[in-house]
Ligand binder design. Sequence first.
Ligand SMILES: [Zn+2]
Ligand SMILES: [Zn+2]
Length: 137
Amino acid sequence: QHQIQKYTEDKEKVAEKLKKTVDELKPQSVPVAVIPKLREARQKTIRFRKEYLKKVNEELKQKIEENGGNRFDWQKCQICWENYGPGARPKLLSCGHTICTKCIREVEGRDTVRCPFDRKPCSLAHLRTNFAISDYC
Ligand SMILES: [Zn+2]
Ligand SMILES: [Zn+2]
C-alpha cells in the first residue's frame, strides 16, 4: 500500500516537472507593442546592408581594375576556375567547401553530391548559396 502511494506521488511529481519543462521550451512570444520597433530595426539593417554592399562592391571593382581587370581567386570556382556569377552560383556543401552550380551538375548523384575536394557526400537538399561569395560576385 505504502509503495503504491509513493509510486503515484512520484509519477505526479514527474508529470509536473515535465509540464514545466514543456512550458519552458515553448517559444517566447514578442509583445505586440515591440513589433513595429523590430520591423523598423530590420528595415534599417536591410537599408544599411544594401548601402554597405554597394560601397564594398564599388571598391572591389576598383581593386579588380588595379589587378589588371582580373578577378580575385575567391571570386572563381576553385574546380573549373569559372567566375562566379548568374550562370555559376557559389554553392556551399555541408563539408564547408564551395563549388559552382556547373560543377555540382558534373558530380551530382541521385540526391547527393560528392565534394570534389574531400569526397564527402552532401545531400542536394542541404545545398545553400554561399552569400559570403555571391554578394561580391
Ligand atoms: Zn568538401
Ligand atoms: Zn565550377
